[in-house]
Ligand binder design. Structure first.
Ligand code: HEC
Length: 151
């Protein structure tokens, strides 16, 4: 082998190593961001369904829609592991402030969860007016968290 071929194979090995060694780190980091963004998108879509079904007093559809929010709010904080804040490469809008005060982040998430649970019990009782009031409360809880913790 001449010098330039040796250099070339070193270079290839170097790139391969970079690719294989860094892939799991990048992938796991991106995975959680993509997963939570997909859930947030779903939750946004679900808001429309929930509002319409409360308005139309469609109990089954409304219960199904609100159950999504209850389940998602239980999982939401676990989808924010340390180090998954917005960076130039991960496409996230998560503010670094989340990890400065994770308790506050969790409290705002609890406001979201409480509103969803209230909606559920009001639907159970057939009180659609109260369910609608709490629907707007829940929508506000999305906004409050975004104003505090989304870039
Ligand atoms: C406790 C905080 C919190 C609550 C509550 C919350 N969000 Fe978010 N949301 C975030 C954060 C943080 C991001 C940024 C996530 C990222 O990009 O990594 C986000 C991102 C989003 C996105 C953008 C997803 C994307 O594709 O980039 C949508 C849509 C969204 N939220 C909708 C909602 C809706 C609808 C609700 C209420 C039903 C809600 N969120 C409640 C914190 C919250």
């Amino acid at each position: 082998m001449n010098k330039s071929r040796i250099l070339k194979s070193w270079f290839i090995i170097f790139i391969l190593n970079l690719t294989f060694l860094s892939w799991p780190v990048v992938a796991s980091g991106l995975g959680v961001v993509e997963d939570r963004q997909a859930k947030f998108k779903e939750s946004k879509k679900g808001m429309r369904v929930l509002r319409h079904s409360i308005k139309n007093q469609d109990k089954n559809e409304a219960l199904h829609a609100v159950d999504f929010h209850i389940a998602w709010s239980q999982k939401l904080p676990t989808m924010f592991p340390r180090g998954s804040e917005a960076s130039v490469s991960n496409g996230s809008d998560a503010s670094g402030d989340i990890w400065e005060d994770f308790e506050r982040f969790e409290r705002l998430n609890l406001d979201y969860q409480k509103a969803a649970l209230m909606i559920r019990s009001e639907l159970d009782q057939g009180d659609y007016e109260a369910a609608m009031r709490n629907f707007f409360k829940m929508a506000r809880s999305c906004k409050v968290c975004h104003e505090n913790f989304r870039n």
